[in-house]
Design a protein around this ligand. Structure first.
Ligand code: ATP
Ligand code: MG
Length: 747
């Protein structure tokens, strides 16, 4: 087994995998095999330390990274064992504990999750209601920040002096009250409540034997506290991370958590990994040039294990649309050149902000290149998907007044917006939910103060009928759980949903219905009792001293877990996908959501000041690290580009990170073209004749304005190299680059 587990690992990686240290930190640069080592260590603990998989918590940051990690661990220990691990994001692991033991801290078992758009809608409503002038998005973030600092709304209010602070305190307090009344937890609450549960009932985690965390540099204080709580039984703790890739400072991530850990566990043992297995030498070299610009950072050693390969390409294009068209044509060209060996799934476009995706999406659509989005348009935010999910949420938890308000008149039932708002307001002031007010009205138990016309009354009755019928279906199935799909089909039928979509969206109908089919497919999967049990880890968690745990057996549980998982997937802003499809689709992602991942070919468009570094970012060093994270996702080819005019038709300036004053560059001749090697080791080719003795300043200016720079350089066609690409995933093989000279002066 050792042989298998340690096969292909280098010495330092093997040391980390087999380390006997109780607390271990593996700190290493991108592509050095941290995640690979972490997954091998999980397998090692099971095979050699005889730890039970259900007693091991493996934590990472995005749903995507969690699923990749599970895939890798499955490779070692098989699907059966991998399934038993407590593996997921901090949020999903917290959710499991809360669903299982939440009743012991007064949580209703059917609590729902307010995803980010729900939270924002609640904040917006409160702001409007009080006629305040604060920005909803900012207020929402500020609530999150306060929660991360452990300051609740009452505490905030008591210290609020300025008017602006008091206004925010009102929003914060009412936001919390709304969540409570609606039986909802937001993302922050999931972590905070789980922490509260584990402090109060530490026996919930008494079985945890090992805790492993990937991307530790991005933990915030709440997550750190959770980690300490998970690991309260002095067990094996292994974290891996890279301070240079810390990119979540804006969400209160604390790089200091690395040293905090050492203080808390003075025996913490540290292992460094120094070889990069992911990227070609030239890509690594360019990325190093970027991160080294941060002078406060200690110098580090990082060796490429691959040959230099193609230099990264920096390209200026006239406009954002031109940039998108060029990018797509490059994808097609490389694919054609490699005889289809590279699939669209081997390409990724990484963006500083999701808003940049529109232009690129439309170019891809035009060229019929299939793509998927991580961190962009969210599947669960599509109107039709959200609507059906909202119906399910109300069926599951009618106290969710925000959801009731959204769906009561969709499809249209002659219930006017004004009436709904007024009913909601009335319900709130009476301290009841919107649903119970509507129900009592329809069933004649009360006459609301809000004027309800006959037509509206009828409309409300139709709505109530849909919800009650479905709720009955759920409740009647206590002994024989019905599949979630049946429930969903009942909702669709009662709403005549297909006809509704046809009428409302005419031409777009098919695409919209396809999304509903996708949702049905997910519900089918979620109805699998095996999967449900695995989610709640029923078999895995032993009965715990006097603490009752919920078991999942009913349709109600199925529904509640399904809804929770959709809300968490929405948090990762990821469209669900079938495995096979991945290969066929190019990835568009934010850089944030791409951390930990890798692709043979990576494009980072819109590299200009204001975009990267972003104009609204406070911390330039964090922006630089973001570029570094983006660049180090690339294995074989890396393209950076910049439109001369952005989408608002404003002139742009190439990102300061890419051009640094005072550093010499030089030219190289290639027949009719000339290449400028800039500070970062990037190659820019200028087609027009360029005087060989031009000064570097002229050259920089040239980069600034030249829109004719192009690639590839003569003699540097990547056909041969990329054609040798070994498609065996995980083999870590890069094509035998070798035809190009290294970027002299930068190696
Ligand atoms: P990041 O900081 O970006 O998350 P990482 O340190 O987690 O990077 P991995 O994703 O684990 O790095 O590894 C990067 C690539 O290198 C993967 O394709 C992995 O399979 C490969 N790799 C890691 N170690 C080795 C090795 N010893 N031999 C060959 N390939 C390796
Ligand atoms: Mg990693």
């Amino acid at each position: 087994m050792d042989g298998d587990l340690l096969h292909g690992l280098n010495g330092a990686q093997c040391d980390a995998v087999t380390s006997q240290a109780a607390v271990l930190q593996v700190l290493a640069p991108p592509g050095s095999g941290k995640t690979k080592t972490l997954t091998a260590r999980v397998a090692y603990l099971i095979a050699h330390q005889q730890l039970k998989p259900w007693n091991i918590i493996v934590c990472t940051f995005t749903v995507k990274a969690a699923s990749e990690m599970k895939e890798r661990i499955t490779g070692f220990v098989g699907a059966e064992v991998a399934k038993q691990l407590k593996l997921g994001t901090f949020h999903s692991i917290s959710l499991r504990y809360l669903k299982q033991y939440g009743q012991h801290i007064g949580l209703d078992k059917d609590f729902g999750i307010a995803d980010s758009s729900d939270s924002k809608a609640i904040v917006k409503r409160i702001i409007k209601q009080h006629d305040l002038t604060i920005d909803a998005g900012q207020a929402r973030n500020r609530i999150s920040t306060q929660k991360a600092k452990g300051i609740d709304s009452e505490q905030f209010l008591s210290s609020a002096k300025k008017i602006e602070q008091q206004e925010f305190a009102t929003v914060y307090r009412e936001y919390e009250a709304t969540l409570k009344a609606s039986n909802l937890l937001d993302y922050d609450d999931l972590l905070l409540r789980c922490g509260f549960l584990l402090r109060k009932h530490p026996q919930c985690v008494s079985n945890v034997e090992a805790l492993l965390i990937d991307e530790f540099q991005d933990t915030n204080n709440i997550q750190y506290d959770l980690m300490a709580l998970f690991a309260q039984r002095q067990n094996v703790i292994t974290i891996v991370g890279d301070p240079d890739q810390s990119i979540y400072g804006f969400r209160c991530a604390e790089i200091k958590n690395l040293s905090r850990m050492k203080q808390q566990w003075p025996d913490t043992f540290t292992i460094n990994l120094e070889e990069n297995y992911r990227s070609s030498g030239a890509i690594l070299n360019a990325a190093q040039r970027i991160i080294e610009q941060d002078e406060s950072r200690p110098p580090k050693s990082l060796q490429a294990t691959h040959s230099p390969g193609m230099r990264p390409i920096l390209r200026k294009l006239p406009s954002a649309t031109g940039e998108a068209r060029w990018l797509v044509s490059e994808v097609q060209r490389i694919q054609a050149m490699t005889g289809g060996l590279l699939q669209p799934g081997d390409f990724a476009v990484l963006l500083r902000s999701a808003a940049l995706s529109r232009t690129i999406e439309s170019a891809l659509n035009k060229a019929e290149v299939p793509y998927r989005m991580i961190g962009g348009t969210r599947f669960y935010d599509r109107a039709e998907v959200k609507l059906i999910i909202d119906y399910l949420r109300v069926i599951n938890n009618p106290a969710n007044s925000e959801a009731v308000e959204r769906i009561v008149n969709v499809p249209a039932r002659r219930v006017g917006e004004g009436t709904v708002k007024s009913l909601h307001e009335e319900a709130r002031s009476e301290g009841v939910s919107l649903w119970s007010l509507v129900l009592d009205t329809v069933q004649g138990r009360c006459k609301p103060k809000t004027k309800v016309t006959d037509a509206t009354h009828k409309g409300l009755a139709v709505f109530v009928n849909v919800i009650l019928t479905c709720q009955r279906k759920v409740l009647d199935s206590k002994t024989e759980p019905i599949a979630l799909v049946d429930l969903m089909n009942t909702v669709l039928k009662k709403l005549c949903f297909e006809a509704y979509l046809k009428k409302k969206y005419a031409e777009e109908y098919e695409a919209r219905w396809a999304n509903i089919e996708e949702l049905i497919a997910q519900a089918t999967e979620a109805s699998d009792p095996e999967r449900l049990r695995a989610m709640l880890q029923e078999d895995a968690l032993p009965a715990i001293d006097g603490l009752e745990q919920r078991t999942a057996s009913s349709t109600e549980d199925m529904l509640s877990m399904f809804l929770a998982s959709t809300a968490l997937a929405a948090s990762s802003e990821e469209k669900p996908e079938e495995e096979g499809r991945k290969v066929q689709q190019l990835t568009i992602s934010t850089i944030h959501a791409a951390k930990g991942l890798e692709w043979p070919v990576v494009f980072i468009p819109a590299c200009y000041d204001g975009s990267l570094p972003h104009s609204r970012a406070d911390d330039n060093d964090e922006e630089r690290r973001l570029l570094y994270v983006g660049m180090t996702r690339a294995q074989a080819l890396l393209y950076l580009s910049c439109p001369i005019k952005n989408t608002q038709r404003e002139e742009t300036t190439l990102s300061t990170f890419l051009i640094q004053p005072g550093v010499t560059g030089f030219f190289e001749e290639h027949g009719p073209s000339i290449t400028l090697h800039g500070v970062t080791g990037l190659a820019t080719t200028l087609r027009r004749d360029c005087p060989q003795k031009a000064t570097i300043d002229e050259a920089k200016r040239k980069i600034e304005r030249d829109e004719d720079s192009y690639w590839p350089l003569n003699g540097e066609e990547p056909v041969e190299e990329v054609a040798k690409w070994d498609h065996g995933k995980g083999s870590g093989m890069l094509p035998a680059f070798g035809t190009t000279r290294p970027a002299a002066g930068f190696t």
